[in-house]
Design a protein around this ligand. Structure first.
Ligand SMILES: [Cu+2]
Length: 166
Protein backbone atom coordinates (compact mmCIF):
# COMPACT_ATOMS: atom_id res chain seq x y z
CA UNK A 1 0.00 0.00 0.00
CA UNK A 2 2.87 2.33 0.80
CA UNK A 3 4.35 1.59 -2.61
CA UNK A 4 1.00 2.29 -4.29
CA UNK A 5 0.63 5.66 -2.69
CA UNK A 6 4.17 6.82 -3.38
CA UNK A 7 4.02 5.63 -7.00
CA UNK A 8 0.72 7.40 -7.52
CA UNK A 9 2.21 10.54 -6.03
CA UNK A 10 5.22 10.33 -8.31
CA UNK A 11 3.01 9.71 -11.34
CA UNK A 12 0.83 12.69 -10.61
CA UNK A 13 3.96 14.79 -10.15
CA UNK A 14 5.18 13.56 -13.54
CA UNK A 15 1.86 14.42 -15.17
CA UNK A 16 1.89 17.87 -13.61
CA UNK A 17 5.42 18.45 -14.88
CA UNK A 18 4.44 17.35 -18.38
CA UNK A 19 1.54 19.77 -18.47
CA UNK A 20 3.77 22.58 -17.32
CA UNK A 21 6.35 21.82 -20.01
CA UNK A 22 3.71 21.52 -22.73
CA UNK A 23 2.15 24.82 -21.71
CA UNK A 24 5.51 26.61 -21.79
CA UNK A 25 6.60 25.36 -25.18
CA UNK A 26 3.25 25.52 -26.93
CA UNK A 27 3.81 28.84 -28.75
CA UNK A 28 7.17 27.72 -30.20
CA UNK A 29 5.87 24.72 -32.11
CA UNK A 30 4.80 21.13 -32.02
CA UNK A 31 7.78 19.38 -30.49
CA UNK A 32 6.21 18.99 -27.06
CA UNK A 33 3.01 17.74 -28.65
CA UNK A 34 4.84 15.09 -30.65
CA UNK A 35 6.76 13.99 -27.56
CA UNK A 36 3.47 13.55 -25.76
CA UNK A 37 2.04 11.59 -28.69
CA UNK A 38 5.02 9.23 -28.54
CA UNK A 39 4.19 8.10 -25.01
CA UNK A 40 4.13 4.31 -24.84
CA UNK A 41 0.91 2.83 -23.45
CA UNK A 42 1.34 -0.03 -20.99
CA UNK A 43 -1.74 -1.88 -19.75
CA UNK A 44 -2.73 -5.07 -17.93
CA UNK A 45 0.55 -5.39 -16.02
CA UNK A 46 0.58 -8.57 -13.95
CA UNK A 47 3.31 -10.36 -12.01
CA UNK A 48 3.00 -13.91 -10.82
CA UNK A 49 3.34 -14.67 -7.11
CA UNK A 50 6.85 -15.98 -6.40
CA UNK A 51 6.96 -19.76 -6.04
CA UNK A 52 7.80 -20.89 -2.50
CA UNK A 53 11.48 -20.52 -1.82
CA UNK A 54 12.20 -18.90 -5.18
CA UNK A 55 13.23 -15.33 -5.85
CA UNK A 56 12.20 -15.29 -9.50
CA UNK A 57 8.94 -14.43 -11.14
CA UNK A 58 7.46 -13.52 -14.52
CA UNK A 59 5.50 -10.38 -15.36
CA UNK A 60 3.18 -9.80 -18.30
CA UNK A 61 1.57 -6.75 -19.92
CA UNK A 62 0.55 -5.22 -23.21
CA UNK A 63 2.71 -2.47 -24.69
CA UNK A 64 1.72 -0.15 -27.52
CA UNK A 65 4.00 2.53 -28.95
CA UNK A 66 2.62 5.01 -31.49
CA UNK A 67 6.01 5.11 -33.23
CA UNK A 68 8.60 2.39 -33.72
CA UNK A 69 10.63 1.99 -30.54
CA UNK A 70 12.35 -0.65 -28.43
CA UNK A 71 11.66 -1.73 -24.87
CA UNK A 72 15.23 -1.87 -23.60
CA UNK A 73 14.90 -2.65 -19.89
CA UNK A 74 12.53 -3.17 -17.00
CA UNK A 75 13.38 -2.49 -13.38
CA UNK A 76 11.52 -2.84 -10.10
CA UNK A 77 12.37 -1.84 -6.54
CA UNK A 78 11.27 -5.31 -5.41
CA UNK A 79 13.85 -7.12 -7.57
CA UNK A 80 17.62 -6.96 -7.92
CA UNK A 81 17.35 -7.45 -11.66
CA UNK A 82 14.75 -7.34 -14.42
CA UNK A 83 15.23 -8.99 -17.81
CA UNK A 84 13.20 -9.22 -20.99
CA UNK A 85 12.86 -12.89 -21.98
CA UNK A 86 11.59 -14.63 -25.04
CA UNK A 87 10.35 -18.21 -25.03
CA UNK A 88 11.34 -20.53 -27.86
CA UNK A 89 11.04 -24.18 -28.69
CA UNK A 90 14.46 -25.76 -29.10
CA UNK A 91 14.68 -29.51 -29.72
CA UNK A 92 11.13 -29.87 -28.38
CA UNK A 93 12.04 -28.07 -25.18
CA UNK A 94 10.65 -24.74 -24.09
CA UNK A 95 13.66 -22.48 -23.60
CA UNK A 96 13.85 -18.93 -22.28
CA UNK A 97 16.44 -16.50 -23.45
CA UNK A 98 17.16 -12.87 -22.62
CA UNK A 99 16.46 -10.40 -25.41
CA UNK A 100 19.71 -8.52 -24.95
CA UNK A 101 18.92 -5.97 -27.66
CA UNK A 102 15.49 -5.37 -26.16
CA UNK A 103 12.00 -5.98 -27.49
CA UNK A 104 11.10 -4.23 -30.78
CA UNK A 105 7.82 -2.29 -30.66
CA UNK A 106 6.48 -1.74 -34.20
CA UNK A 107 4.60 1.55 -34.67
CA UNK A 108 1.03 1.36 -33.46
CA UNK A 109 1.15 -2.37 -32.85
CA UNK A 110 0.02 -3.88 -29.56
CA UNK A 111 2.79 -6.15 -28.30
CA UNK A 112 1.66 -8.74 -25.79
CA UNK A 113 3.97 -10.02 -23.10
CA UNK A 114 2.33 -13.22 -21.97
CA UNK A 115 2.93 -16.68 -20.54
CA UNK A 116 4.63 -18.89 -23.11
CA UNK A 117 5.85 -15.86 -25.04
CA UNK A 118 7.88 -12.77 -24.40
CA UNK A 119 7.79 -11.81 -20.74
CA UNK A 120 9.56 -9.84 -18.05
CA UNK A 121 11.60 -11.85 -15.59
CA UNK A 122 12.27 -10.38 -12.18
CA UNK A 123 15.24 -11.91 -10.37
CA UNK A 124 16.49 -11.46 -6.86
CA UNK A 125 13.03 -10.74 -5.48
CA UNK A 126 13.88 -10.17 -1.81
CA UNK A 127 10.38 -10.45 -0.31
CA UNK A 128 7.92 -13.11 -1.53
CA UNK A 129 5.21 -11.72 -3.81
CA UNK A 130 1.71 -12.81 -2.87
CA UNK A 131 -1.52 -12.52 -4.82
CA UNK A 132 -3.21 -9.19 -4.19
CA UNK A 133 0.01 -7.25 -3.73
CA UNK A 134 1.30 -4.79 -6.30
CA UNK A 135 4.68 -4.31 -7.91
CA UNK A 136 5.96 -1.03 -9.34
CA UNK A 137 7.73 -1.48 -12.68
CA UNK A 138 9.73 1.08 -14.64
CA UNK A 139 9.95 0.43 -18.38
CA UNK A 140 12.74 2.12 -20.30
CA UNK A 141 12.60 2.64 -24.06
CA UNK A 142 15.20 3.49 -26.67
CA UNK A 143 13.38 6.70 -27.64
CA UNK A 144 10.22 7.33 -25.62
CA UNK A 145 10.19 8.51 -22.02
CA UNK A 146 10.29 5.82 -19.35
CA UNK A 147 6.89 4.55 -18.19
CA UNK A 148 6.04 3.57 -14.62
CA UNK A 149 3.28 1.08 -14.06
CA UNK A 150 1.99 -0.77 -11.04
CA UNK A 151 1.51 -4.46 -11.76
CA UNK A 152 -0.91 -6.48 -9.71
CA UNK A 153 0.26 -9.83 -8.36
CA UNK A 154 -1.78 -12.83 -9.41
CA UNK A 155 -1.94 -15.86 -11.66
CA UNK A 156 -2.44 -15.16 -15.36
CA UNK A 157 -5.64 -16.61 -16.74
CA UNK A 158 -3.98 -18.05 -19.84
CA UNK A 159 -2.27 -21.42 -19.90
CA UNK A 160 1.27 -21.25 -18.65
CA UNK A 161 4.26 -23.44 -19.12
CA UNK A 162 7.01 -20.93 -19.44
CA UNK A 163 8.61 -21.09 -16.04
CA UNK A 164 9.30 -24.78 -15.76
CA UNK A 165 12.93 -23.96 -16.51
CA UNK A 166 13.38 -21.73 -13.48
CU1 LIG B 1 11.91 -15.97 -18.17
Amino acid sequence: MTLNVSTAARLSLLITTCFAVAACSEPSGGSAASDAAATVAVTDALCRPTPNGRQVTGCYMTVTSPVADTLVSVASPVAALGQIHETRMESNMMMMRELEAGLPLPAGETVELKPGGTHIMLMGVAEPLRAGQSVPLTLTFATAAAVEVVASVGQPTVADEDHSGH
